[in-house]
Design a protein around this ligand. Structure first.
Ligand SMILES: [Cu+2]
Length: 229
């Protein structure tokens, strides 16, 4: 009977530790790092590294060892797969979960402005553009032109996301422009010294859409109510 609240406490501590891992990854690898896709072994190694630094996490280590003893299991288990699940089950779900955890862990969060639904709508746009848009690429003399189209919500998502990405690209020196068309957008990208034609052709629509690290921070700002895509 006394086991249950003990397990709840452990689960809460593990949550704290995994959030800290995500933060550490963000600051070391930048927002384009692999947080959220971290394999179990990596998560465990990271937790152990943090445990050496003491504090709450070191208490968790003791508790986890206690758990192993209590269940009579496994010396040497730490080299195998973790028994603590980390996958949220769906990528957009996981992205929102991470943002909510960041907001909850920041005492300065202004909950009167937070809007998680805005972020959800944007993640639906990203899903439409990534998975459902039709992209037809055409070679120009020294660049490429991509007609990106779709139906209904897909077309709306294309019209919101592709011009915004063209702006982002111009800000980092790309020669990119977009032009709205009935069911989507025409995206034109010209080659340059840093973005040669062969590379542009290989990247194509999606390789160009994923350029830059702005999504992660924009998602946080959207959730905070500071930014609309
Ligand atoms: Cu985004």
């Amino acid at each position: 009977m006394s086991k249950y609240p003990w397990k709840t406490t452990l689960a809460a501590l593990v949550l704290v530790a995994s959030t800290a891992c995500a933060f550490a990854q963000m600051s070391s690898n930048g927002p384009a790092g692999t947080q959220g896709q971290m394999p179990d072994n990596g998560a465990m190694a990271h937790m152990h590294e943090m445990m050496r630094n003491g504090g709450t996490v070191s208490r968790m280590h003791q508790m986890m060892q206690g758990q192993s003893d209590m269940h009579g299991s496994t010396s040497g288990k730490q080299s195998g797969a973790s028994t603590i699940p980390t996958m949220p089950g769906q990528d957009a779900f996981g992205a929102i979960q991470e943002i909510v955890q960041i907001l909850e862990s920041d005492p300065k969060t202004d909950w009167s402005k937070v809007n998680i639904e805005d972020l959800r709508q944007h993640l639906i746009d990203m899903n439409e553009v990534t998975l459902h848009a039709t992209a037809v690429q055409r070679d120009l003399d020294n660049g490429i032109e991509i007609s990106v189209t779709g139906e209904g919500r897909t077309a709306d998502a294309i019209k919101r996301m592709v011009p915004a990405q063209a702006n982002e690209l111009r800000e980092v020196g790309w020669n990119a422009k977009s032009e709205e068309q009935p069911n989507g957008v025409k995206l034109t990208v010209m080659a340059s010294e840093t973005q040669p034609l062969t590379k542009l052709k290989a990247l194509g629509f999606m390789g160009i859409m994923v350029q830059g690290n702005h999504h992660q921070m924009h998602h946080l700002m959207m959730a905070e109510g500071q930014f609309t895509h």
